[in-house]
Design a binder for this molecule. Structure first.
Ligand code: GLV
Ligand code: MN
Ligand code: MN
Ligand code: MN
Length: 393
């Protein structure tokens, strides 16, 4: 099944993936998932925005279910594993349980959430946020992508009908998301599999630096109000501040107006992704970056506006659940700085755990993201053990 998935949305030049939500690759992936489920005799329910769920619910099963799964969308030029590994492993883990002759006491579901990365509309975990009510449809449908397309229109253009409603999590007693590790903790420990303890608080802030467009040749250097300089100094300050504080700050997206070589720009918009080990540390990191950017804007004669686009507080996964599952494989329980749908479901009060699979370089959100086949198979066995523990007698 991995072979069928591999070419979808793959760039011939970089080898990375462009699987943006409500665009053709993602629509193809939704069909792929429905076919994989149908081949196993499961009926897929697709909600009004494209979230999907399928339940394995033989006669032996009743009561609240165990949901596993992840997402199929990617960042721009992303890796093969972030998201799809959790969905493919969920299908494979159920195959393993059936091969073992396991009869679940509780239904086991596979879920796929849309726009996890926020790569098109800027809001991470949008599908799971809508399903849990953390974000409202009225707010989401007004979001625009880089081409100005409203989210509501993108969903309709993908052949979906938001008025059909959203997935219900009523049947979900527990959620477990398997994910490729996006750091080097497991490599350092020489282990193939681990569990998550917490997700660092993180968020996205839009910095608009407004200046004065002017001629690149005739404008004296001392007469300029150049927002590119304010932005450049802000990016350096953010990196220095994060390093000093042991936190993370990244400007990975920028737009420049009018974007001409021979003109001082009029406007630079840059998006800060910041992450820290506590909510207070995150607030102080972003506050300090904003303060330094404001000081610099004052000196450059530019104007700064900072807008918080999405902020996720710290997530502590159910510690008793993690401790219970860790006994199955003597797995370490480690923190992560990456956001996940699992964090959103945990915030909604669903006991939630995550299984991480070793990534030999730690590289992620890049075409170079990797996991060895043997580790992926170890992840499937681990997930099968976890599902058997949670859905078993
Ligand atoms: C999503 O993967 C994120 O943490 O940015
Ligand atoms: Mn990701
Ligand atoms: Mn992911
Ligand atoms: Mn993520």
């Amino acid at each position: 099944m991995w072979r069928d998935l591999a070419p979808v949305g793959r760039s011939a030049t970089s080898g990375g993936y462009f699987r943006q939500p409500w665009a053709s690759a993602e629509t193809e992936l939704r069909s792929w998932f429905a076919e994989e489920c149908a081949a196993r005799g499961f009926t897929v329910e697709t909600d009004g925005i494209g979230n999907q769920v399928a339940w394995w619910s033989p006669e032996s099963a009743s009561g609240p279910g165990v949901l596993t799964g992840s997402h199929l969308d990617s960042v721009l030029d992303g890796g093969a594993y972030d998201g799809p590994l959790g969905v493919a492993s969920a299908l494979a883990a159920i195959d393993v349980l059936r091969d073992r002759g396991f009869a679940p006491d509780r239904p086991v579901g596979i879920g796929v959430f849309v726009e996890e990365e926020g790569s098109r509309f800027g809001r991470a975990c949008l599908g799971s946020r809508l399903v849990t009510g953390a974000t409202t449809w009225a707010e989401a449908r007004e979001l625009r992508d880089r081409d100005g397309v409203f989210l509501g229109d993108a969903v309709a253009d993908a052949g979906l009908d938001p008025s059909a409603g959203l997935l219900s999590l009523e049947r979900v007693g527990t959620f477990v998301e398997l994910h490729v590790e996006q750091g080097r903790d497991l490599v350092d420990r020489d282990l193939a599999v681990g569990l998550a303890s917490e997700i660092w608080p993180h968020g996205r802030w839009r910095f608009d630096f407004a200046g004065q467009a002017n001629h690149a040749g005739t404008t004296r250097m001392e007469d300029r109000h150049d927002p590119m300089l304010t932005y450049a100094m802000t990016a350096l300050a953010a990196s220095k501040q994060a390093r000093l504080a042991g936190q993370r700050a990244t400007f990975g997206r920028i737009s420049v107006e009018p974007n001409g070589t021979n003109a001082v720009p009029s406007l630079v918009t840059a998006w800060l992704d910041a992450r820290a080990s506590s909510d207070d540390a995150l607030a102080s990191l972003v506050g300090e970056i904003g303060r330094q950017a404001g000081d610099r804007a004052g000196r450059d004669g530019t104007a700064l506006t900072v807008t918080a686009e999405s902020v996720s507080g710290s997530v502590a996964f159910d510690p008793e659940l993690a401790a219970r599952l860790a006994l199955l494989g003597d797995w370490p329980i480690i923190p992560t700085q990456a956001g996940h749908d699992a964090g959103i479901l945990s915030d909604a009060g669903i006991p939630t755990a995550m299984v991480f699979v070793r990534n030999p370089t730690g590289i992620s959100h890049s075409p170079d993201e990797h996991a060895d086949t043997a580790d992926c198979l170890a992840g499937v066995e681990a997930l099968a053990d976890v599902l058997a523990e949670l859905a078993g007698p």
